[in-house]
Design a protein around this ligand. Structure first.
Ligand code: HEM
Length: 499
């Protein structure tokens, strides 16, 4: 007993010693260790990272180093200097942090996988011909899921749902059918995935007790029969498994990796679609501008469309594109993390140079800047549907900070070598989903005076933000009568009883 206390005290002493010995060296960014040894700013960071980093930016400026759980993280918040991080693969490393996250959250180890080979495999499916095939399959599944969800309601009947559950569950099931090709357990996988995803912030803090059960259940649900030598399905999922096999990954890790892929491919599109539709519902001028664009497209196409025809492939949608950009500006909150492999001299856009220490981490949080930076975007908290639209309907891409034109005026997809591989697929999917909803259903808020729920502050850093609560909405089909009447195009946003 005495020995245990002695060892504990010793350990504590070493920690305090280590902690107090770190001081800011010449040319290093401002250092803020927080008040609690080793823990540093962990509590404030985990509770609401955006609020904490905004406070640090106010105190130290665009670059500073903070202590979090014994690690030193240099946060860079000047978008004009981001290239120094996203393009550096010599001094900074993407794979170390990723491996730690895979181990902690997915209990997954893939040490043999070559990141470049994985990116190439992703490209095969999410770019070019592979992307067209996946997108067209996604379009078909979205239409089917939407119609089957509405099939228990008559044409004049309203169906009430939380908008978040409607968007998330529909996009998830369609995505699961597209990529994993399994109809039998889509609902069970969706429900378990929601449990797992809710536990993500606690999992990343190392609290695994409840999450372990959910994780194991998902491994089981996702395990395909052919992993144990049964028939070939020819799906995207199987192609992934073949890739892992080729990289020398054992069967158990192949099984676990499927959960990682499920999360990567399904966790962001649903929340993004929710925010987009939520902003439209709570901003009538924006909704009217999008509907008018959709009307223009539908009036040029013969209706009803049958898959694989997708009118969005043939028409540009500058208004919807601007709405999507604005939605992501307000709700995409990923943290781009890299490990410093050797001492790095970081040159800021204003000419100032800083030294980053080997073994530290460096982190960009584009949500704070550029996305919510008042110097770059006027009234950054406000949703302005035409923020990224010039008067001639071309993309507005000229934004400035300190008089310098910005390359990164928003950064929802990351940048450089590790930019999101699923970007095009995600954009197509979200647009298809919104287009379908607006052309097939009448969608409105149950209470026209309701506002969007606040964001869940524990989700900063994990990708798309999620709401704390939901927005009650109701939907009503109006396509069936038009199919019967053989009208040329669907009505947008009017109930059948108003046609
Ligand atoms: C709104 C939806 C999405 C957003 C906002 C988003 C955002 C991001 C961001 C910011 C990164 C870069 C992280 C970094 O540099 O550290 C990333 C990486 C990645 N994303 Fe997405 N993503 C979305 C949807 C998707 C989808 C649908 C897929 C696949 C179908 C996907 C696949 C990937 C992959 C594979 C990577 C890793 C790239 C690499 O390691 O080189 N993402 N995503």
């Amino acid at each position: 007993m005495l020995w245990t206390i002695f060892l504990l005290l010793n350990g504590l002493l070493i920690l305090i010693l280590l902690y107090s010995t770190r001081t800011r060296q010449k040319d290093e960014p401002p250092l803020d260790k927080g008040l609690i040894p080793w823990l540093g700013h962990a509590l404030e960071f985990g509770k609401d990272a955006a609020k904490f980093l905004a406070r640090m930016k106010e105190k130290h400026g665009d670059i500073f180093t903070v202590c979090v759980l014994g690690k030193y993280v240099t946060v860079l918040l000047d978008p004009n200097s981001f290239d120094e991080v996203v393009n550096d693969t010599e001094f900074l490393d993407f794979t170390c942090s990723r491996s730690q996250i895979l181990k902690k959250i997915f209990s997954l180890q893939l040490p043999n996988i070559k990141p470049a080979a994985e990116r190439e495999w992703m490209k095969l499916h999410f770019q070019g011909l592979g992307l067209s095939e996946l997108s067209s399959s996604m379009n078909i599944h979205l239409q089917r899921q939407l119609l089957s969800d509405q099939s228990d309601c008559g044409p004049l009947e309203w169906r009430q749902d939380g908008l978040y559950s409607l968007c998330h569950s529909l996009l998830f099931r369609a995505g699961y059918l597209t990529l994993f090709g399994r109809r039998d357990n889509a609902t069970a996988v969706y429900e378990e995935f929601c449990t797992f995803d809710r536990l993500l912030p606690t999992l990343s803090r190392g609290e695994t007790k409840t999450a372990n059960t959910s994780r194991e259940r998902l491994w089981e649900l996702l395990s395909p029969s052919w992993l144990s030598g049964e028939s070939d399905t020819g799906s995207w999922q199987q192609s992934y498994q073949n890739f892992l096999q080729g990289q020398g990954v054992d069967t158990e890790m192949q099984r676990r990796a499927l959960l990682l892929q499920l999360w990567t491919t399904q966790c962001n599109a649903g929340p993004a679609a929710f925010w987009l539709l939520g902003f439209l519902l709570t901003h009538p001028t924006a909704m009217e501008a999008v509907k008018s664009e959709v009307r223009r497209i539908t009036s040029q196409e013969s209706y009803p469309w049958r898959p694989p025809i997708n009118p969005l492939e043939a028409h540009s949608t500058p208004v919807l594109d601007s709405v999507l950009r604005e939605t992501l500006r307000l709700t995409a909150a990923v943290m781009i993390r890299r490990d410093v492999m050797q001492v790095k001299r970081l040159r800021m856009a204003n000419g100032q140079e800083y030294l980053l220490r080997q073994g530290d981490k460096v982190c960009l949080f584009p949500f704070l800047s550029p996305q919510m930076d008042p110097e770059i975007h006027q009234d950054p908290q406000m949703f302005k549907y035409d923020r990224f639209l010039n008067e001639d309907k071309t993309v507005k891409d000229t934004f400035y900070k300190e008089g310098k034109r910005l390359k990164y005026y928003t950064l929802p997809w990351g940048a450089g070598k590790n930019i999101c591989s699923g970007k095009e697929f995600a954009v197509k999917t979200i647009k298809q989903f919104v287009f379908l909803l607006l052309t097939r259903l009448d969608l409105e808020m149950c209470d026209p005076g309701e506002t969007l729920p606040p964001v869940n502050p524990s989700r900063y850093g994990y990708g798309m933000l999620q709401p704390d609560g939901d927005l009650q909405s109701r939907t009503c089909r109006f396509d069936s009568v038009q199919d019967d009447n053989n009208n040329n195009s669907p009505r947008i946003g009017r109930r059948q009883d108003q046609l």
